[in-house]
Design a protein around this ligand. Structure first.
Ligand code: PLP
Length: 453
C-alpha cells in the first residue's frame, strides 16, 4: 500500500486499487502502476503527462486506420442514432450484419459461403472449435474431434482458444490445454532450423512432424489444423518458403480442415488483403477480428466455406436448432464500423501502403543486423520483428527477456510504444503510416538499440 500512497489519489492510484489488468504481473502492477493513455490521433497516442508516442503496435495489432478516424466516428454515430442494438437469434437480422456478411464473402481469397459473428478473437476460435466438434458429430464421425495447432501459435484465451494457443503462460496454472488439442512444430527457421538445413528442408521437416503426429494420434481422430499465416504474439514468425503448401498436402491426405486465424493478418497487414493470399493458404474457415473494425468496437467474424457449413446446417435441422450464439454477435454498431473501416482500407489502398511502407521499414530494420545484439530481422508487409541476442553465433541469451524488456523501456523513453515478447521486439504500426513516419519510427528503434549496446 506504501507504493499506492506515492501516487496519492491520482488516476494511477485508483487504477492500482481497482483495475486488474490482463497480461500483467498483478502484484508487480501495484509497484509499477499504469501508463495511462488519454488521447490518440493518426499513428500517435498521448499519455496523461502529455508525452506523445508513435503507437508502433497499433494498440494490440489493431488500429489499422489509425486513431480518431472521423469516418468511423461518424459511421458509429449514424448507426447508434438509427438502431443501437439488435441480435440475430431466431431468424432476426439487421442491415449492417447482412451487408458485412456479403462484403466478407465477396473479398474472401477462396470461395466462402457463410459468416458467423462473435465478439473477440478468442470467442471466434472457441466457436470454431465447437463447430468442428458439432460438424464431426453431424458427419457420424464422433471420434474425429482432435485438433492440431502449433507451438508458439496464439489464438486467444478462452478455455478452447487458450488450449489452441501454444505458449506456456496461457497453459501454466490454468490446467490447460484441453486434451483434444495438440501442438506441432513452430515454423521458425532461424530458431528451429538445424545446422546445414535449408529453409525448404526445414519446411519439409515441419510437414513431416505434422504427419507423424497425425499418424500417432490416428488419422481418423484429427478434425482440423489451426494456424495464423504469420504468428503474431508468439513472436512474429514468418513461415519458411513452401511451408503452407507442404502442410496443406498433409491435411488434404487425411481430410483435415484448415482454420486460418487471420485476427492479426487480416485486412492488409501482410501486404495482401489476407495472410492466406500471401502464403497460398486455401482455408475452410477464416477467423477475423481486431483490424476488422480497427478495434474501435469489439467485433469478430468467422468466415466458412460450404464444406464446413453444410453438415452443421443439416445437424441443426436434425436436432432442431444450432445451440450457439452471442447476444452481441454481429452487433449493428460493430458491423457498421467494420463496413466503413473496410471502405477506408480499400479506397485509400492501405493494403498497398502496408506493402510499400512495410518494405521500406523492413529494409531499414535490416541495417540493424550489424549490431552485436541483433540476431534476426523478420517480417512481411507491415508486421516485423527484431530478435535480440547476447551471443549471435549461439543465437542465445543468458536471461530470457532481459534485453527485450530493456529495449522496450528505451523505446518508450524515446517516444515509441511497441511490445517485446521475451527478446523479440515487434512492430505493427497503423497501416496509414507514411514513409516519413516509418523513418521516424526506425530512428527511435536505432537510437534505443544503440543505448543498449
Ligand atoms: N488470434 C490471434 C491471431 C490473435 O493475435 C489474438 C489476439 O491477439 C486472438 C486470436 C485473440 O483475440 P482477442 O484478444 O480479441 O480474444
Amino acid at each position: 500500500m506504501d507504493d499506492m500512497t506515492n501516487f496519492g489519489n491520482t488516476a494511477e492510484a485508483r487504477d492500482i486499487r481497482h483495475h486488474f489488468h490482463g497480461y500483467t504481473n498483478a502484484r508487480r502492477h501495484m509497484d509499477v502502476g499504469p501508463m495511462i493513455i488519454e488521447d490518440g490521433e493518426g499513428i500517435y497516442v498521448t499519455d496523461t503527462s502529455g508525452k506523445r508516442y508513435i503507437e508502433g503496435l497499433a494498440g494490440l495489432w489493431s488500429v489499422g486506420v489509425g486513431f480518431k478516424e472521423r469516418r468511423l466516428i461518424e459511421a458509429a454515430t449514424r448507426q447508434l442514432e438509427k438502431l443501437p442494438f439488435y441480435h440475430n437469434f431466431g431468424h432476426k437480422s439487421h442491415g449492417p450484419a447482412i451487408d458485412l456478411a456479403e462484403k466478407l464473402v465477396g473479398i474472401a481469397p477462396v470461395p466462402m459461403s457463410k459468416v458467423f459473428y462473435t465478439n473477440s478473437g478468442s470467442e471466434a476460435n472457441d466457436t470454431v472449435l465447437k463447430m468442428v466438434w458439432y460438424r464431426s458429430n453431424a458427419l457420424g464421425k464422433p471420434e474425429k474431434k482432435k485438433v492440431i495447432a502449433r507451438t508458439r501459435g496464439y489464438h486467444g484465451v478462452t478455455i478452447a482458444a487458450a488450449s489452441l494457443t501454444g505458449l506456456p503462460y496461457n497453459h501454466r496454472s490454468f490446467d490447460l490445454p484441453l486434451d483434444r488439442v495438440l501442438h506441432t512444430t513452430c515454423p521458425h527457421y532461424w530458431k528451429e532450423g538445424r545446422d546445414g538445413e535449408s529453409e525448404e528442408q526445414f519446411a519439409t521437416r515441419c510437414a513431416e512432424d505434422l504427419e507423424a503426429l497425425i499418424q500417432r494420434e490416428g488419422p481418423d481422430t484429427v478434425a482440423a489444423f489451426w494456424a495464423e499465416p504469420v504468428m503474431g504474439a508468439g513472436g512474429v514468425v514468418v513461415p519458411p518458403k513452401g511451408y503452407f503448401d507442404k502442410i496443406q498436402a498433409v491435411l488434404a491426405k487425411y481430410d483435415i480442415l484448415f482454420v486460418a486465424d487471420e485476427v492479426i493478418c487480416g485486412f492488409g497487414r501482410t501486404g495482401e488483403m489476407f495472410g492466406s493470399t500471401t502464403y497460398g493458404i486455401r482455408p475452410d474457415v477464416m477467423v477475423m477480428s481486431k483490424q476488422i473494425t480497427s478495434s474501435y468496437v469489439p467485433f469478430s467474424a468467422i468466415l466458412m466455406n460450404e464444406r464446413f457449413f453444410a453438415p452443421i446446417a443439416d445437424e441443426s435441422d436434425r436436432i432442431s436448432t444450432f445451440g450457439h450464439g452471442y447476444t452481441a454477435g454481429g452487433h449493428p454498431l460493430g458491423a457498421a464500423v467494420a463496413l466503413e473501416n473496410l471502405a477506408i482500407i480499400q479506397e485509400n489502398d492501405l493494403v498497398g501502403n502496408a506493402r510499400e511502407v512495410g518494405a521500406h521499414f523492413r529494409a531499414r530494420l535490416e541495417t540493424l543486423k550489424s549490431s552485436p545484439l541483433v540476431g534476426e530481422v523478420r517480417g512481411v508487409g507491415l508486421i516485423a520483428a527484431v530478435e535480440l541476442v547476447e551471443d549471435k553465433q549461439a543465437k542465445s541469451v543468458t536471461t530470457p527477456g532481459r534485453l527485450g524488456t530493456m529495449m522496450n523501456a528505451a523505446m518508450h523513453r524515446n517516444g515509441l510504444i511497441s511490445r517485446n515478447m521475451t527478446d523479440t521486439v515487434a512492430f505493427c504500426p497503423p497501416m496509414i503510416i507514411t514513409r516519413q513516419q516509418a523513418d521516424d519510427m526506425f530512428e527511435i528503434v536505432a537510437k534505443s538499440l544503440a543505448e543498449l549496446e
